[in-house]
Write a protein that binds this ligand. Structure first.
Ligand SMILES: C[S@@+](CC[C@H](N)C(=O)[O-])C[C@H]1O[C@@H](n2cnc3c(N)ncnc32)[C@H](O)[C@@H]1O
Length: 469
């Protein structure tokens, strides 16, 4: 890279350089499953979902090494936007009288400024291209800050001929600026790998405008229609629109029925509300995107059963949407808060998702604190009650305690490698509370391994507790 003197400033005749390679070299890691969530029986079969906690370039490299090259049908990424800011996640502790706590989720500032940011993006986009199937597409979500520079990187990696759309996502939000036009849209670039890419336009048809609907006044067994003149030479009604049905009775050869199509063909500007404070899908993760936005891309560019991925997963919007639409998914994020929020989101959905959590070999989740529990075992089951908790992350003088716990689960026979809970409770997106008691948890006296609790707190840390210690 260039020396400091050469570092371009935004808006000063930018000359950008990045190290180019099909898949940039990075530290090789082995991904190991550490948690396994199943709504039915645990089995060895792969789950439809996989969350990788760690750096996404290393994760993508590891996926390529384990045979995922060309296997992902659709990728959506919503990376940091080069804002120079730090983003938080807000959680309200269980007790009502406690104020919400804002915890750092991730940092969006880059060594080398814009150039450093673009190098980071170049490396990840190059790896993402290798993972994408031939018929696949990638959607890259950005805003006014870096979008136009990343577009050039995308052109280089995917080829200008594979640029398909610049989608403008418009949203209503507080309008404050009197200095310039208020910035109320994001940009989403869509690229394919070749010209035979999946695009299910029927899945994303838009509703007709009311005024248009009104024109289709008649109806028969085929649907709603307008009666039109055929445009024949010498016809008294020529190409007239909305002619009287009398013409059809008297001179059917001069008319035809124009049927209302299922919907309007989709366009590249979308008006979708942001996840506002009152929204029941709100997780507290600062840059959470609306699920309807991601569902729209998934419906158009993938089919049920396809494998889709988001390597900057944040609050788990893509995994949630994929689960709802019956797609298999891979998600990755380096923030422990993302792991906690995504895990809870997937488990508190109407039908809990089956998924695995993977981490690079040797990497542990940040340790959370000290948990105390009491248990009462009978022959085939155990009752557990949490009695106290002290988080390491709580500053002196701040309240501590059980209500900082966002999630806990019980594996009755932990094998020391993969935590396979048979029971869990969590703070869900709809503000459901964490229970502190678990009754009748089935244990199999013949199974090796000790019963364990895994608990997470609002700071994203994890604590293990051995029940029969
Ligand atoms: C804009 S947020 C994504 C928000 C997400 N679309 C949602 O709906 O919640 C960007 C995410 O990228 C993650 N991230 C940034 N750099 C990363 C890296 N190198 N590897 C993995 N995740 C990264 C951050 O932790 C953050 O959660």
């Amino acid at each position: 890279m260039k020396d400091k003197k050469d570092t371009p400033k935004r808006g000063s005749g930018v000359r950008l350089e990045w190290k180019r390679a099909p898949v940039p070299e990075t530290k090789r890691i082995e991904l190991l499953p550490v948690e396994q969530y199943r709504s039915g029986e645990h089995d060895s079969e792969n789950a439809p979902g996989m969350f990788i906690e760690g750096d996404n370039l290393q994760a993508m490299r590891a996926l390529l090494d384990s045979g995922y090259g060309g296997k992902i049908d659709m990728i959506y990424i919503d990376p940091p936007y080069s804002t120079g800011r730090r983003f938080t996640a807000r959680t309200s502790p269980r007790k009502e009288n406690r104020p919400p706590v804002d915890v750092d989720a991730y940092e969006d500032s880059w060594t080398g400024g814009l150039e450093g940011y673009l190098q980071m993006m170049y490396d990840r986009l190059a790896a993402a291209r290798e993972l994408l199937a031939e018929h696949g597409s990638i959607y890259v979500h950005l805003d006014w800050r870096a979008a136009h520079y990343v577009k050039i990187v995308l052109d280089e990696i995917f080829g200008m001929e594979n640029f398909q759309n610049e989608i403008v996502w418009c949203y209503r939000e507080a309008i404050n600026s009197k200095l310039r036009w208020n910035r109320k849209h994001d940009l989403i670039f869509m690229y394919s790998k070749c010209d035979r890419f999946t695009f299910n336009y029927r899945e994303v048809l838009e509703p007709h405008a009311e005024a248009n609907l009104k024109k289709y006044r008649h109806e028969d067994e085929l649907g709603r229609y307008r009666l039109m003149g055929r445009g024949l030479k010498g016809s008294p009604i020529r190409s007239a629109r909305d002619v009287s049905p009398d013409w059809e009775k008297m001179r059917p050869e001069l008319t035809y029925r124009h049927y209302l199509k299922e919907g309007r063909l989709p366009v590249d500007y979308w008006m979708i509300d942001i996840v506002n404070q009152a929204s029941c899908e709100r997780t507290g993760y600062a840059t959470q995107k609306p699920i309807t936005l991601i569902e729209r891309m998934l419906r158009a560019s993938s089919n049920p059963g396809d494998l889709v991925a988001d390597f900057f997963c944040g609050s788990g919007t893509l995994p949630s949407a994929a689960h709802r639409l019956g797609r298999r998914w891979i998600a990755c994020d380096s923030s422990p808060i993302s792991a906690d929020v995504t895990r809870r989101r997937m488990l508190s959905s109407k039908t809990p998702a089956d998924f695995d959590i993977l981490r690079p070999k040797g990497k542990k989740a940040p340790s959370a604190g000290k948990l105390q529990a009491v248990s009462k075992a009978s022959e085939n089951s155990v009752d557990i009650e949490l009695v106290s908790y002290k988080s390491k992350a709580t500053a002196a003088g701040e309240n501590n305690g059980l209500d900082l716990i966002t999630f806990w689960a019980v594996d009755p026979a932990y094998d020391g490698k993969v935590f396979r809970p048979v029971w869990w409770t969590c703070k869900g997106a709809r503000n459901s509370a964490v229970k502190f008691k678990a009754n009748w948890i089935k244990v199999n006296p013949n199974e090796a391994g000790k019963a364990r609790i895994l608990a997470c707190d609002i700071y994203g840390g994890e604590t293990f507790y051995v029940i029969d210690d």
